[in-house]
Design a binder for this molecule. Sequence first.
Ligand SMILES: C[S@@+](CC[C@H](N)C(=O)[O-])C[C@H]1O[C@@H](n2cnc3c(N)ncnc32)[C@H](O)[C@@H]1O
Length: 371
Amino acid sequence: MNENSIRVRCAPGLETIVARELDKLSLKSTPGGAGELLLHGPMELVPILNRHLGSALRVEIELARFTAKKLPELERKLTRQVPWRDWFSRELPLAIRAKSKKSRIYHSGAIKERALSASKQPLLSEPLEHAGAELRIEAKNDEFALWLDTTGAPLHRRGYRLESTKAPLREDLAFALLELLGDSAKGEPLLDPMCGSGTLAIEHIWRSLGYLPGAHRTFRFQLFKPFSDYRPDAIHKPSTSEVVSYGSDRNRGAIAAAQKNAQRAGVHASLHFAESALKSSPWWKEAKIVACNPPWGHRVSKNKDLRPLYQSLAEKVSTRRFAVASANRKAIASMGVDFAQRHRIGFNGVDVELASTEPSQAVEKGPTLSR
Ligand SMILES: C[S@@+](CC[C@H](N)C(=O)[O-])C[C@H]1O[C@@H](n2cnc3c(N)ncnc32)[C@H](O)[C@@H]1O
């Protein structure tokens, strides 16, 4: 079977969590640059990775790798060594990004222009998320690597969160936070007492029911020739009544958004939402696990001292299993919680901390891989 180089991209800081997800799929990866993991495997991994990975953003496949020191050599290798016709039908427009570091060919515009001409594809000037192909050409020390995006809209766009609130937690970070609680948290009643648009509660139910993060969306690889006969496996729909979780928020609009998102995610039967302040959430008794993304003081509660709010959260959480995502490190420290795991993630120019009271657990392997 042909082996391909595959690159999984994620938010910087999430590499170990994505590596753990890969490990659970029995896939060995090695670290690449910041926010990158590299692996080798058959082409069939492309749909599997896109559908299974919850904390990653993108999956790319390497089309070619070669050295070129002068433009004529680059032109020749782009024409002869890149399998354009194996991947693209002639009509598929192509967007190209190029960057060059410590290489004799340094002009990214010239690299893009030569690649487009060798591909014989029409130009896609703005990479669209669901149309056309997107290729990244990266030159370093005269070595060129051509990475083809197989994902399209980033993987955090699961398709259910169309109703948003002021500062929603991105789905990949929500998934990663839940990963830090361990697989044994799946199926346990979880409360997010500041649930906003409901992301953590919905992701928890999806994980608990074994829904694949990418099961409800399409991907860019579906446009490419090697996947022309791709038919995704039917979505596995176990009974939602077996798992129950909860979300509350003091903002009425947030609760309405969470309910609509849960409906779209197909898990509204498993989720109960209520408009309520943190301390008076009706479900503190039921909750075995608490996962929460309180205001950071950036977009929500700007310039406010949030330590009292975080301290009330810590009191309510008490001895429950707990995970928190926040960029307000002072407020997290003020909780006095003894976190067993802490990860710092780069997100839109801020460092977000993901912290969990649960120690990192050994990986249990062996789910059936659905494509
Ligand atoms: C950062 S947002 C949470 C976003 C959410 N994780 C999502 O994905 O949409 C923080 C939320 O905390 C809520 N909040 C702030 N103070 C609260 C309090 N004392 N009690 C309940 N909710 C509160 C806000 O209304 C806001 O929806």
